[in-house]
Design a protein around this ligand. Structure first.
Ligand code: SAM
Length: 462
């Protein structure tokens, strides 16, 4: 298939496909699956991904259903005195893995067999997983922000979206999926498209390469451009955008280019944008004329927001609003809180047997019911539980004695789904401020003729 794997991954992994190898929640490795076995004398394993969970020859990853769990293989990675060729080795050992157990190497002087131990999952590329695995060239926009942004700027299949700067392409991939409405068949074909602008030459080249590798040509158009000075026309043509996302340090310098009409010198002067005057000699709007245009700017500092809002107002943007997405991760779990409570308050005796432990569980359950009588069982916060625990001055031995009861099958009350209450733990504070999002709308402009024609059609106008 020539379709992008981000838009249509097909059911099975294929040679050459971009796969996202999921090692753990925070460790995902992008890999192009290689059919090349690299075999010499039948000894080599060809392309191999080496991880702390074991070694995974690409051959074991090809022809699998996306989402499959793949077990590690015993991989022969070297030989004594024999000619060996190890294919494309990907070393995913970035998190301090146990290199003794899983030594792998391109060296052909040692005879090393890697242990077959764990497993990985092989996932199809999606913008969300790509964001957490992509090679960072800049700060990137993360999923909680871009999902909200794309919704607010009304990105949808078939629309043209302007993005600056491209950076690492995190937002670009999400925007592409949002506006995708098929591959354009000819240059006049106005399918949904991302018009992405980047002024750093290296990043521009990398983006262009990535767009080609991900088969997004025709859906993402990357242009090497300083948008402050040179605006958003491509080969003199207007993208006719109705959605805009600006992730550049000074969005207000790009805004005059995103007008419906050529900004007047006095407007530029009042906004402190005189240096831009020259750049408006050849003017054409990059915006779609017959629609309202929705914009979002992404700025880490409030001073940038103030400046952006000031210029937006001068340029006729309305419904200006600032939002900060403050994401919280909430862990929901069973916690064996209270098992270590003494049978009677004031004693610190461990339960002597299973029956005693069960009695305690029941007793504790009753006390929790009293304590949380006006809270929902499923909505108990850890801070409250910690407070309750503190009152009882519990001993660690108690906890160990109960938790180490050797045969849990003897004790129905201690089965995992019964042992412990359902609790949630929220992060005490929001750790990461990403950016402030400024949203605004540039209303459609109506000509006298359009107004008259609409008035004629409107029943009340007659
Ligand atoms: N949104 C991107 C993502 O999700 O990966 C990250 C963008 S990064 C924070 C900002 C990018 O804007 C940088 O790559 C920078 O080179 C580019 N940039 C800064 N000023 C620019 C300008 N005047 N014209 C075009 N690009 C610019």
């Amino acid at each position: 298939s020539t379709t992008s794997p981000f838009l249509d991954p097909r059911p099975l992994t294929t040679p050459g496909a971009l796969a996202l190898v999921h090692l753990s929640r925070d460790n995902v490795l992008p890999v192009y699956l290689s059919e090349d076995s690299g075999a010499v004398d039948g000894y080599s394993e060809g392309a191999v991904i080496n991880t702390r969970f074991g070694s995974f020859p690409h051959s074991t990853l090809i022809g699998q259903q996306w989402g499959s769990q793949i077990r590690a293989s015993i991989v022969d990675t070297g030989s004594r005195g024999r000619k060996r060729k190890l294919g494309n080795v990907t070393d995913a050992d970035a998190t301090g893995n146990d290199t003794e157990a899983f030594t792998s190497s391109t060296s052909n002087t040692k005879d090393v067999k890697t242990a077959a131990t764990g497993f990985i999952h092989i996932l199809p590329p999606t913008p969300e997983i790509w964001t957490s695995s992509l090679p960072h060239r800049t700060q990137v926009v993360y999923t909680p922000d871009y999902s909200y942004i794309l919704h607010r700027i009304r990105a949808r299949p078939g629309v043209q979206i302007i993005e600056a700067g491209s950076g690492s392409g995190s937002f670009t991939h999400a925007a592409t999926r949002a506006v995708y409405s098929g591959y354009p068949k000819d240059p006049e074909d106005k399918r949904g498209k991302v018009w992405s602008f980047e002024f750093n030459h290296d990043r521009f080249l990398k983006m262009r390469e990535e767009v080609a590798d991900h088969r997004l040509n025709g859906i993402v158009q990357v242009t090497h451009r300083d948008v402050y000075n040179d605006g958003f026309l491509v080969d003199g043509e207007s993208p006719e955008a109705e959605c805009i996302f600006l992730d550049v340090p000074a969005p207000w310098q790009a805004l005059p280019h995103l007008s419906r009409r050529k900004p007047t010198p006095s407007l530029l002067a009042s906004g402190g944008l005189e240096p831009l005057k020259e750049t408006f000699a050849q003017w054409k709007s990059p915006l779609r004329a017959d629609r309202s245009v929705h914009i979002c700017t992404f700025s880490p500092c409030i001073e940038q927001v103030t400046k952006t809002v000031e210029i937006m107002r001068r340029l006729g943007w309305v419904d200006i609003e600032m939002v900060e997405v403050a994401q919280r991760r909430i862990n929901v779990m069973r916690e064996k809180v209270g098992l270590n409570m003494p049978l009677e308050r004031g004693t610190s005796q461990s339960p002597r047997n299973v029956a005693e432990a069960v009695t305690r569980l029941k007793q504790i359950d009753g006390r929790f019911k009293d304590f949380y009588k006006d809270k929902r069982d499923t909505d108990v916060n850890m801070e409250d539980i910690d407070a309750e625990k503190g009152q009882d001055e519990l001993s660690n031995e108690d906890a160990n004695a109960v938790n180490n009861i050797s045969d849990p099958s003897d004790t129905p009350a201690l089965k995992p789904w019964m042992a412990g209450r359902l609790v949630h733990r929220t992060e005490a504070e929001i750790k990461t401020h990403t950016s402030y999002l400024v949203f605004a709308v540039l209303p459609q402009e109506w000509s006298e003729e359009q107004e008259a024609a609409a008035f004629e059609k409107w029943p009340c106008g007659k």
